[in-house]
Design a protein. Sequence first.
Length: 258
Amino acid sequence: MKLCTHVVLRSLLPASLGCCLLAAISTIASSAEPVPVKEAPKMESLSGSVESFNHSPKGPYESLLLKTGGKLVQVNFPPHAARDVTKAIAVGDNISVMAVAEEAKGDHPVFKAQSITDAKGMKIDFPAPQPGEPGKPKPGEPKGPKPKPHEVGKTEAVGRIAGKVTRLNYARHGEVNGAMLDSGDFVHLGPKASAELKLAVGQELTVEGPATLMPAGGKVIEHPTKVNGKEIPHGPPPKAKELSEKKAPKGPGPKEEK
């Protein structure tokens, strides 16, 4: 009788254990919070007239300001596409844009262009560049587009530009980061310095720092050292500082004791 009871228990144990495991798994699954699914960016259609273009810190264009529906919005495009965009589009043109909203830190909405249709109906698409294509380096290569011969400007170690601000320049997230002057020159200050100087249209600026000739004409000072006689906190770029330190003559070192 004891043998029969033992056999029956052994036959029932695996089944009961399986039921317990299934019940536990079911309880855990039902109590677990659902994983949020990230929605794809919503594509939006914009149309209006081009107010102006924004420069990148080094000078080439990287976005435009579009007047649409009575408001101003910023449309970013890939840096490698700047030549195609400016060749097809001019200030004052009526264009249409397919874009997705991006994070905005300024006083106007910011969008990332997926395509732009110019005033003649010609469409410019902006597919994500693949490895090895212009705009994206091959694996192992340094990031950033390679400079083209006509884009390589001559840099003055100590440059100086002066003029009146004709329009403000905006970074890719919409903050004011510099200004265009009536001299045709561009000064890049960065959001922090621009806010401290309270940049505004009509303001007179005298800027000192390494100046580079832009392909379209005029100079750009990417890292000013002084504006209106006031030193800029960030000063010259780190690389330039390193180079100047390396070039600085070194004095004789301490004599070794014999």
